[in-house]
Design a protein. Structure first.
Length: 298
């Protein structure tokens, strides 16, 4: 009898996202929700048309942030090949060419600026400064200790100020300080997590990591975490809301939970921590609901 033809084995289909979507880092767009903080905390977000008013600023910052992420990946593609997780990204793995990624970054950056011009000149200024700081960070400043942390912090502050500009809401001093210190706290925790995980190979991934002496990042995380709790408490007291005061324990728990996560070696990326750590996610959601109740239902 003639032999039956042997079928080639079926290729295993990977359940990974499309490389270009991965390159944009859509999960990191959660940081751009900071734009809605001024109207949310100011009690105006639920007014007619306010949510739609924030759509253009949000998407403008999403395009700008994705452009800077791509630029950062282009520059770090060789170093990322030595990282246990980042080596699977589209550029270090070779799934996307450098030329294609660079072109996409340019298109996104230009589109974000064009969209920003339809909002306000103050918003354009915030977005432009964000792009300048982010590009400088990716090209040079990320290699310098402390400066890299403050560059990341500047990104959060510029999102906050851009939200105030887009909605025409002034940012209070206590809110500004709380966001600033929180961003430094999270950035310090992220660097500490990277340093602990990479160990002796840290220098091949990020030069700034080896410039931090043992214990420095840990002490900085404790210091800024304590300062966040104080400034946030002062912000809540200044609002004269009995309900908002009860959000302070949630804030305290969230800070300690993040420290526990970093010290346990589970990662310090703020977005991943919020989405993957169930207690942290629940506390974050409870904080948002309680603050919303205090602002809109009190």
């Amino acid at each position: 009898m003639p032999e039956m033809p042997v079928r080639a084995p079926l290729r295993e289909h990977r359940a990974c996202p499309v490389p270009y979507i991965t390159l944009l880092r859509p999960l990191q767009w959660l940081k751009n929700l900071m734009i809605f903080f001024p109207p949310f905390l100011g009690g105006t977000l639920l007014q007619s048309g306010m949510a739609m008013r924030g759509a253009l600023p949000f998407f403008s910052f999403c395009m700008a942030s994705s452009a800077t992420y791509i630029l950062n990946d282009v520059r770090d593609r060789e170093h990322d090949r030595h990282h246990p997780d980042k080596r699977h990204r589209p550029l270090p793995s070779g799934k996307i060419s450098v030329a294609s990624a660079a072109l996409l970054a340019i298109v996104l950056a230009c589109a974000s600026i064009v969209l920003a011009w339809t909002i306000s000149s103050a918003f354009v200024l915030c977005l432009s400064i964000y792009l300048v700081v982010s590009i400088a960070y990716s090209v040079l400043l990320k290699d310098f200790a402390l400066i890299d942390i403050f560059c990341i912090s500047a990104g959060f502050l510029l999102r906050l100020e851009a939200g105030g500009a887009a909605f025409g809401i002034a940012i209070s001093e206590w809110l500004f300080l709380s966001v600033f210190l929180l961003s430094v706290f999270l950035s310090t925790g992220k660097r500490l997590s990277e340093k602990n995980r990479l160990g002796g190979t840290a220098v091949s991934h990020r030069k700034a990591l080896v410039a931090y002496p043992d214990g420095f990042l840990q002490g900085g995380m404790y210091m800024t975490g304590s300062a966040v709790l104080v400034t946030y408490t002062m912000y809540v007291i200044a609002r004269h809301s009995a309900i908002l005061v009860y959000s302070v324990p949630l804030c305290c728990f969230g800070l300690l939970r993040y420290i526990l996560r970093v010290q346990s070696g589970k990662g310090g990326d703020p977005t991943e921590s919020l989405l993957k750590d169930i207690p942290l996610f629940i506390v974050g959601l409870a904080w948002a609901l309680m603050v919303g109740w205090g602002v809109y239902g009190g």
